[in-house]
Write a protein that binds this ligand. Sequence first.
Ligand SMILES: O=C(O)CCC(=O)C(=O)O
Ligand SMILES: [Fe+2]
Length: 260
Amino acid sequence: MTSVGRVIDPAACPLDDAGFIESCRIQLDRDGVVTIPGFLRDEAVAALVAEAEAARDKAFFTSSTHNVYLTKPDPALAGDHVFNRQITSSKGCITTDQVPAGSGLHTIYDAPSFRRFLAQVVGEAALHEYADPLSSINVHYASEGQELGWHFDNSAFAVTLLLQEPEEGGEFQYVRDLRDADEGEMNFDGVADVLDGVVTPATLPVTAGTLVLFRGRNSMHRVTPTVGGRTRILVVLAYNAAPGIALSEAARMTFYGRLG
Ligand SMILES: O=C(O)CCC(=O)C(=O)O
Ligand SMILES: [Fe+2]
């Protein structure tokens, strides 16, 4: 068995199976999201949770406010305009360089077979790691009361692996195709309806060991507050379509509190 096969279950996610790749691609185009339950072997989940727990004291904890577009406020608009509405997010995070060298997370992230699989599903020629030592693999910790507020992602797609579910809460909710970033269409009314609870979001069922591939640039999403003593632990695997790209210094300072 290849080393990646010790972490990823090939029965749940056959990385080289053209039919499976095609079905994921079609699902992502149709639904904006693909979930692969059982992606991680049970033993791998247990080992990765233990590793994550051991590294938790290194995590950088932030509680910040942001708008849903993850931009600076616009002083030309009213303070209570939906563009300027401030949302709270709070979590802890460790970075690529803090993931132990022998971790299965590096095995997955670096595996050519996994990158090829993802590239084909998202429709890119190839995928590349971040040029900075922090941004490729992040482990997020959300303990009781911590949450990720409503936002649109800057990136075209996101790959996550849930390692540990909280007792309650910590649910991934989303509203599809709420804006069109490429067209500069912000859809203030639609966003306000979600923030005000007029529109009920969809909830994505996710269990530990599931891989989620999500297009979050135009689909607004959040993670509800963790309830109970068990921390929600989630891995984000981030790639670029071009080589040599670093996350901006401003974003690194916000998310990690340091540059490298
Ligand atoms: O925690 C999650 O499931 C989603 C994370 C997310 O939306 C993000 O990091 O932008
Ligand atoms: Fe997001």
